[in-house]
Design a binder for this molecule. Structure first.
Ligand code: 0A1
Ligand code: ZN
Length: 879
């Protein structure tokens, strides 16, 4: 077991491996507690490596059984094998074959890295550094090799044996054993290796690629769950077609497999030809999955599939380049969803996620650049910054150089670097070449952490007919970066006339300009002519840059933009800004005991949005969803009092329920379904709007309205409506809540994935009794405290989605999380470290809570034998 002595790894210290590997033949005899692994590894000294250097391979928790070079066993003085490292002191200075036998215990593997068992199925997870838990290897992404995997097992225990690539041979062995041999012709890094053995069912389909390759598609699941795979399969076929049409990327093996497992640390993994998924992102039927689940399944199936090119065919030179595959693949899956569903609604959802998960990371002690330059534990860098901001930065690039040069650059990248382990520099060079632009300053988006602040002051000169924007940018210091340079920031803009229509953008000498202004210095002035009357500025349209924006727009202007902006994203943003401004003022008033501001303008804007809502229900659902408590806390920034925010938000919701009640009820009636459930985007949008309206309508706690919600809960014929009604009921004390929770539990008691939703809703109840409820749920018999999905649903939801209860003034919320993290760390450090990340905004709290949070973090820090994962997070959090 590794403990907390990790040394930092630095980008500046990258060196090629002294030994590279051309081919790997693995022979794995599966056994629950004693799996034998024979690896034959063809090694060559790297021409750029240190000549005559010892061979050093990585290991983690390994037991060496035997070792030979070119078929001859090595004498004990010729090597050293520890659980963490294999060193051969004088390896041959030419190509040679290394044979390594190790013994591993999948049953005892609770970290879920390397080879482990999930409900009896053998499966692997090798990204980032899990392959070294199977055999000794240069476990780094720039060592690419061709793998052949032979797997054998007891036929009854594991009738299904899967590996990367194409199946080349199967056969029977003595003692009811059997084997399968898989060969993957595409050189790959060890993190993309996978194997699966178990008693699984599958569904099968086919896909013909544009050049005529026939591909078998299979999804493997537990027996009895075959009927829940249809949506995932359909999403896979649409992803394959779309990637050919939009990016020119074609699949390159004869079979593509997805295996769903119940115990998985993350969402899914793009192993070559053999994706392994958290079953939450595969299994779905109308009665078991919400619209949001369907949308997530579609996006994650696409994401993992798209990695086949961006990640697998072109991989990363080292883990500092993680955004090279993740940012780009998120960008690609976002584009896919935009094409499958509504582009504007997808953009809004992505920006919501970026702000809630990434802006908060950037503002706290865990801030790091999209491409970090130092890490202690790479598992802690699978972050919203690398993924979501990594995708945003690519979008910034596209806005800066234009869609055409962007496409040329990407085509060039896919062609030039096919088969490479590449860097972010390699990637950006393709766009510099395609656009003829110097992208040196743009590269700061990868190097500087933190969210740029941009402020805009406007000035209208009625006599001259000019409208001037004075724009300033700044970037606050972040851990390890006290000085910052100005960034290049493209801002898409429009100027609306009194009629709500965009006016032409004319410079002061009368030239018409396109709708993007780019900042590249600390201050800029842009003057537009032809405005005898004051226009209303719409800026950062489509969220063209991931910045925190302050403007001098008045509340009336924001309400005007919410109604008229031709940019749908900015119509939504205007309403959010209006609501956020109101709620920050109202929270401060609650805190100081002053009078709350009048919400009139906001109420009117919401009323107007409601009136037009049926034209685009999915969009309207977003507009009518108020900023979350965490959104408001982020806006306030320092000295945050979660109780005051909650009170202000609840008062606004009550006011909205009272003032818009009739319109909301009418809307809900008109949105009632006329046909049976379908997960398509249009139907999902109608349900989303109805459920947002339902939630608002019940906000005042009116008994009659709550009874109507309870009826809706009992009558629902799909999980979306059932869960939405339950989510409303749990917010309100009383018997309806407990009845509904009991009904739900009774109905879905045998399905842990569905009960996760039930756990998450209870963890989110904003009442003092919730912590006891969460503790009680944790100790109920069906709760497997080692399963990542269970933990995330209960503990993760409590810590991240229940601001008033996690931030209890008595500090018990923090103590609870610390206790769970300490207990879990010895079994699953990765998940423990992720849960601990819920403390990421602790320094922004008001002093009393801040002291309690700090004490809890210190308790974690003082625990003996912490994993490197938790040690890294707690140290950075306290630094
Ligand atoms: N590459 C995967 C994410 C992933 C990372 C680490 C894992 O190990 C526990 C698992 C998955 C993706 O981007 O989907
Ligand atoms: Zn990914």
């Amino acid at each position: 077991m590794r403990t907390d002595q990790a040394q930092p790894v630095r980008l500046s210290e990258y060196r090629v491996a002294n030994h590279s590997v051309t081919t790997v033949a693995l022979d794995v005899a599966l056994d629950p507690t004693a799996t034998r692994v024979n690896a034959r590894i063809d090694v060559v000294p790297h021409p750029q490596g240190v000549a005559g250097a010892p061979l050093v391979f990585d290991g983690d928790d390994l037991v060496l059984v035997s070792l030979s070079v070119d078929g001859v066993a090595l004498p004990p003085e010729g090597f050293e094998a520890t659980p963490e490292r294999l060193t051969i002191f004088n390896p041959p200075a030419r190509a040679f074959a290394l044979e390594i036998e190790t013994r591993i215990n999948p049953e005892a593997n609770t970290q879920l890295m390397g080879l482990y068992r999930s409900s009896g199925t053998f499966c692997t997870q090798c990204e980032a550094e899990g392959f070294r838990r199977i055999t000794y290897f240069p476990d780094r992404p720039d060592v690419l090799a061709v793998y052949t995997t032979r797997i054998e097992a007891d036929r009854a225990l594991a009738p299904v044996l899967l590996g990367n690539g194409n199946l080349v041979e199967t056969g029977d062995l003595e003692d009811n054993r059997h084997f399968a041999v898989w060969h993957d012709p595409h050189p790959k890094p060890s993190y993309l290796f996978a194997l699966v053995g178990g008693d699984l069912a599958h569904v099968e389909d086919h896909f013909t690629t544009r050049s005529g390759r026939e591909v078998v598609l299979r999804i493997y699941v537990e027996h009895g769950k075959e009927g829940r795979c249809a949506y995932a399969m359909d999403a896979l076929k649409r992803s394959m077609r779309w990637d050919e049409e939009v990016f020119g990327c074609e699949y390159d093996l004869d079979i593509f497999m997805i295996v769903a497992v119940g115990d998985f640390n993350m969402g899914a993994m793009e192993n070559k030809g053999l994706n392994i998924f958290n079953d939450k992102y595969v299994l779905a039927l109308p009665d078991t999955a919400t619209d949001q689940d369907f949308a997530q399944i579609e996006a994650i199936i696409a994401h993992e599939y798209f990695h086949n090119w961006t990640g697998n065919r072109i991989t990363c030179r080292d883990w500092f380049q993680l955004c090279l595959k993740e940012g780009l693949t998120v960008f690609r899956d976002q584009e896919f969803t935009s094409d499958m569903r509504s582009r504007a609604v997808k953009r809004i959802a992505d920006v919501r996620l970026l702000k809630s998960a990434q802006f908060s990371e950037d503002a706290g002690p865990l801030a790091h650049p999209v491409r970090p330059e130092i890490y202690k534990e790479i598992n802690n860098f699978y972050t919203p910054t690398v993924y979501e901001k990594g995708a945003e930065v690519i979008r910034v690039l596209k806005v800066l150089i234009g869609a055409e040069a962007f496409k040329t650059g990407l085509d060039l990248y896919l062609k030039r670097h096919d088969g490479d382990a590449a860097t972010v520099e390699d990637f950006i060079a393709c766009f510099a070449e395609a656009s003829g632009r110097d992208l040196t300053q743009f590269f700061l988006w990868y190097r500087q952490s933190g969210t740029p602040d941009v402020s805009v002051e406007t000035h209208h000169d009625a006599v001259e007919g000019t409208f001037t924007l004075d724009i300033r940018q700044s970037l606050r210091p972040t851990p390890g970066q006290s000085m910052k340079e100005p960034m290049v920031i493209p801002l898409a803009i429009g100027l609306l006339g009194e009629d709500g229509v965009d006016r032409p953008l004319l410079t002061d000498d009368g030239q018409q300009v396109a709708g993007v202004v780019a900042l590249n210095a600390e201050r800029h002035r842009f003057t537009f002519s032809g405005h005898p009357t004051r226009p209303v500025l719409s800026i950062n349209r489509g969220f063209s840059a991931p910045i925190r924006l302050k403007t001098d727009l008045r509340r009336e202007d924001l309400a005007f933009l919410a109604r008229h902006d031709s940019d749908a994203y900015n119509r939504w943003q205007a309403m959010q800004t209006l609501a956020t401004q109101y709620l920050t003022d109202a929270s401060e008033a609650v805190r100081s005991g002053g009078a709350s501001p009048a919400p009139d303008i906001l109420l009117e804007a919401m009323r107007a949005a409601l009136a037009g809502s049926e034209q685009d229900p999915a969009f309207a659902a977003q507009v009518l969803t108020l900023p979350s408590e965490a959104d408001i806390a982020r806006e306030i920034g320092t000295n945050v009092d979660p109780s005051a925010i909650f009170a202000a938000r609840r008062a606004l919701r009550t006011a909205l329920a009272q003032s818009l009640g009739d319109s909301l009820s009418g809307l809900i009636e008109r949105l009632a379904p006329t046909s049976s459930y379908s997960p398509d985007a249009i139907s999902a949008g109608r349900r989303a709007l109805a459920n947002v309206a339902l939630d608002l309508l019940a906000a005042a706690g009116d008994a009659e309205r709550l009874a109507a919600v309870a009826r809706r809960f009992h009558a629902a014929d799909n999980m979306t409506d059932r869960l939405a009604a339950l989510a409303v009921l749990v917010q309100h004390q009383g018997s309806d809540r407990e009845d509904a929770l009991a009904t739900f539990e009774e109905r879905f008691r045998t399905d842990p994935l569905i009960l996760d939703k039930w756990l998450a809703l209870q963890a989110g109840i904003p009442e003092a009794g919730t912590l006891d409820r969460v503790r009680a749920l944790m100790s109920r018999p069906g709760f497997h405290a080692t399963n990542p999905n269970r933990l995330r649903s209960l503990v993760g939801s409590f810590a991240s989605l229940n601001p008033t209860q996690f931030n209890r003034i008595d500090g018990q919320g923090y103590d609870f999380l610390a206790e769970v993290v300490i207990g879990l760390d010895t079994r699953n450090p990765q998940v423990a470290a992720r849960l601990l990340g819920a403390f990421k905004s602790w320094r922004a709290l008001e002093p009393a809570r801040r002291a309690k949070a700090e004490a809890a973090l210190k308790r974690v820090s003082e625990t003996d034998g912490l994993s490197p994962d938790v040690r890294d997070i707690v140290d950075r959090s306290l630094a």
